[in-house]
Design a protein around this ligand. Sequence first.
Ligand code: NAD
Length: 262
Amino acid sequence: PKSHATRVALVTGAASGIGKAIATRLAAEGACVVIADLDLEKAEAAAAELGGTDVAIGVQANVTSEAEIQAGIEAALLQFGGLDLVVNNAGLSISKPLLETTEKDWDLQHDVMAKGSFLVSKAAARVLIEQEMGGDIIYISSKNSVFAGPNNIAYSATKADQAHQVRLLAAELGEYGVKVNGINPDGVVRGSGIFAGGWGAKRAAVYGVPEEELGAYYAQRTLLKREVLPENVANAVAVLTGSDLTHTTGLHIPVDAGVAAA
Ligand code: NAD
């Protein structure tokens, strides 16, 4: 498939964790990357780590704001001359039992992940269709989009929403050569702002393990007995958007080291 001589990627929530690992991997493959995040300073710092404005730029973009997303996409066009690949990664996680989950929790979770990724995909698709060069849209959904666990309704429901956006957009954008695929990570403790910011403590309490042992706890319950790192998710993005997997769309790849059947 066609693409710009240097691929141009926009990754949301890329100032931290999985998104930062994805931006790093794509830059290592020669792509120019727009790091879009809530916090401009953190986004610019992450971009600087990748080697400066010839390779990566940081932009402030709250994915719940159509105007800020549009500005991020225009920054990609202006700085790097096009857009080939967009990753819906921005997210947060409110971990509460059903009876404690408020309407505000529900709305925030859905605003950022369901509406936010819809808005980002829509703005990106407009450019990808106009360019007539195909492209890729990736959703960082979650194992929780498929499997149900306790104390997680708002987060998991919105991840399931994202998973269906993948199928719907794969169907709608296929004729333009735009592939849309998802990744379902699980248990990425190390480097994750979500885990560090309270989610880890809550999950550790649910599983009855000390928070500092949570990564090892997740690892021992996987089939491969391996801890999942942000880089492992980034590798899946590289494969799904790379030159080998040109005929795959609407797929979700688990990056969870294997989930036991029971
Ligand atoms: P993280 O907190 O390190 O990264 C999330 C990033 O999203 C942060 O930089 C944050 O500032 C940004 N963000 C939050 N709200 C935003 C908004 N409204 N607009 C723009 N940016 C926003 O956490 P992470 O673990 O790296 O999570 C990244 C994605 O991976 C999330 O969508 C998360 O749900 C998903 N995920 C993570 C895991 C895991 O085990 N860590 C598992 C499954 C899915």
